[in-house]
Design a binder for this molecule. Sequence first.
Ligand SMILES: [Zn+2]
Length: 424
Amino acid sequence: MRELFIPETKNPPAKVKDQGLISLVMEGAGVFNAKSGEIILLPIGRSTLNSIAEDLAESLLEKNGIQHVDCNASEESIHSLAERYVREYGNKALSWMVTSERKLRLWGWADTKEDAKMKTAMAADTIRSIMERYIPDFDYLLEVGSKTINRMVGVCSTQKGSLYEFEGLSCPKCGVYYHADSADVSAYNPLNPEQKEEEVKDVHTPGAHTMSLLCEQLGIDPIQGLKAMLYTVMMPDGKKILLFAMIRGDKNISINKLTAYVDSKFKGSSFRRAENEEIVSAFGEVAGFCGPIGVPEGVHTVADRSLVGGKNYVVGGNRPDYHRTGCCWGRDFKPEVADLLLFEESTPCPDSGTPMVSVSLRKICMVECYSSEERGETVLSCRDRDGEHKWSYRWGAEISLEPLILSFYEKKEKRIRDAIFENN
Ligand SMILES: [Zn+2]
């Protein structure tokens, strides 16, 4: 007797909002244990999951040479595997994958940053090509992360209340997804390129301690302003450094991106908002009117990309109730530059400039590369006749098969519609 158990269900599971889970249950592919939150896959669901995972693994072996092994999927296991074989087999021993607990994980080593980036991009491409077969609107978010060179998060659209759902943003015009800490790839035009560099002038702006109050008083657009935030960085040796972070007046700073910047700049440090007495001891009494001109010695300055090259900004005057006009990048202030932009609803899309709207996304996978040393991991190395070889960079991926199969069932109808449309 060879018969699959595919129970018929006429009613959707109670209290479940996830459209993928509802359709998975109603097609007899699985059942949901509401008490434990477990999705139990029945034979048809299990075989669907396995065939998607096999497709991925086969493609990753074929296109990227990643070896599929079975072990406990820990960092130590895979590291010891690479260490054992790298001397004799070189490249063939530098990337591995393991399927366990409804996850497909990938590990890879590289000797240069460029190579790590390339291998990450190639693995991401292979994953995308397979994903698109199962999830028509699969796409990557480019994310800025701490101790990370590149990170891409694979997502697709879903509905509020779905499992593995998080709030993202989307451009109504190009359909591209973003979220709060997405990498900002906008090509900014410097502010006022046609204007002459004005002289710096003090202007009296009583009580204008917010961007909107300032704009109202002076009748300017927020783009012309500069938002400044002060933080205290605590170094591992106990020393404190004041950090002056700034962004264009119409934008806000992402704390996660600032964390990534601080991590790379001040290794081993932590940071928080500066306390008033810390600000006073460096700047004197400025009470919310901090500006980038005449920043005291020892204060570290960093600006978001949006400010680069601009002319005639209106900035804090470094004394209460005063601002300065005519502040020019390069002439009056030249901070370090980093991507600090917080993506929010109504942030213009970097490609089309259309204001973004909030959407629900389902996270399916993550692909990234980083330096082993920066994360405190053991660097892979081996010794032969030519001396020591080192692979200081890592790349890797994690594909979560559970959200993947949920989205697969959620988008089943759309996939069928698309297929019919293509065939006609
Ligand atoms: Zn767009």
